[in-house]
Design a protein around this ligand. Structure first.
Ligand SMILES: NC(=O)c1ccc[n+]([C@@H]2O[C@H](COP(=O)([O-])OP(=O)(O)OC[C@H]3O[C@@H](n4cnc5c(N)ncnc54)[C@H](OP(=O)(O)O)[C@@H]3O)[C@@H](O)[C@H]2O)c1
Length: 342
């Protein structure tokens, strides 16, 4: 059994990591940190864990040494503690944004901070198995992409890698409320959030930088909107394409690109309620559904993707990376098919 510690385990991503580690046949949950809740039982904060663990949170300075550290602390926080944390495990998997971007100038631009450890940025491998599996096999430092970025990258990469993108990509992303974490704020009061369709980032959302980085630096303009859901992300990407791209070309391209991928399903049926990707049926699963539509009149493609922000958009992706790194079956602990109706 591999020993695993979760840092920042009181939040929503932390809770999801704990759930997945407890259900994993090859992992032992050794420690979970919280600064506020040290000494309190995990299931007091994450009630879905009742009856599955007797563990309590520990303070971050009580951490020992483990096979794997899973980091679920906030962005611009994790960057300061990373040098200390790297010494506490053979493999460190970071779910914050702090080691996702290769260029330190992007942290100034998108996070308004000077990165305290730019020398470490290059040492992290992007935690997206579908694109970086070969490097993940040997990676000791892994940085999992953001939830909306994961969906957009998986929708766009087949087009970008085939040289089909002909101009500015616009990403229209919708997200459920768990995307903003468990830390209370006026924006996540029920009275403010319920029924909302709130454009909280009309342009320049932080995940824009990750998407652009993944598709070879091509320009991306991203809008993010909070909608009436707890979990779930859906992105609709408008992609101007080179001449001659039709539905058949795209169907072949997407099928070929994701042919061997267990957790990416190409969803573009001609009829039916769920003929394009929708997060509703992905809750709790590690799937990202990817689909497309062609707008021939304007020579553009709509690349669409959906996922559960806490699973394939975060904790599930991290466990999939862990499985690859330790030579375990890639789907270990991630077999949940999903619910319908839900
Ligand atoms: N929510 C999502 O959909 C999602 C998806 C992918 C990635 N992410 C990323 O995952 C991370 C966690 O997200 P979240 O939504 O779970 O946030 P959250 O609910 O706010 O939880 C973050 C937790 O980290 C702990 N923490 C914060 N700063 C810390 C520090 N300096 N040292 C130690 N512990 C610290 C806090 O607990 P204590 O104060 O008790 O220590 C808090 O419970 C973020 O970086 C986020 O960007 C989130």
């Amino acid at each position: 059994m591999l020993t695993v510690a979760v840092v920042g385990g009181a939040g929503y991503i932390g809770g999801e990591l704990i759930r997945l580690v407890l259900g994993h046949p090859d992992l032992e949950l050794a420690a979970v940190t919280s600064r506020r809740l040290a000494g309190r039982r995990l299931d007091g904060t994450h009630p879905n864990l009742r009856g599955t663990t007797d563990l309590s949170f520990v303070a971050p300075d009580q951490l020992g040494r483990y096979d794997v550290l899973l980091l679920a602390t906030g962005h611009t926080e994790t960057m300061h503690s990373m040098p200390d944390l790297l010494g506490r495990a053979d493999v460190v998997i970071d779910l914050s944004a702090d080691f996702r971007l290769a260029d330190p100038a992007q942290y100034r631009r998108y996070y308004q901070v000077e990165h305290p450890h730019p020398e470490l940025l290059d040492s992290f491998v992007p935690g997206l198995p579908e694109l970086h599996r070969k490097r993940l096999v040997e990676a000791d430092r892994i940085s999992v992409p953001g939830c909306m970025a994961t969906a957009a990258i998986l929708a766009l990469q087949p087009l970008a890698d085939a040289g089909l993108v002909a101009g500015l990509v616009t990403v229209d992303a919708r997200t459920g409320s768990s995307g903003s974490g468990a830390t209370p704020s006026p924006a996540n009061l029920h009275a403010e959030r319920s029924g909302a369709m709130r454009v909280f980032a009309p342009s320049g959302h932080r995940h824009q930088a990750e998407i652009s980085q993944s598709i070879g630096g091509r320009p991306v303009s991203m809008t993010a909107t909070g909608v009436e859901a707890v979990r779930g992300v859906q992105v609709v990407c408008r992609v101007p394409v080179v001449e001659g791209v039709d539905e058949r070309t795209l169907r072949l391209r997407y099928r070929e690109f994701y042919r061997d991928e267990r957790f990416v399903r190409v969803v573009t049926t001609r009829t039916g309620l769920y003929r394009l990707p929708e997060p509703k049926i992905l809750t709790g699963t590690n799937y990202c559904d990817v689909g497309f539509a062609v707008d021939e009149q304007h020579q553009q493609v709509l690349a669409i993707a959906a996922l559960d922000n806490l699973v394939k958009g975060g904790a599930g992706n991290a466990v999939q990376c862990l499985n690859i790194r330790f030579g375990l079956p890639e789907h270990a602990g991630l077999d949940f098919i999903g619910l319908h109706p839900v």
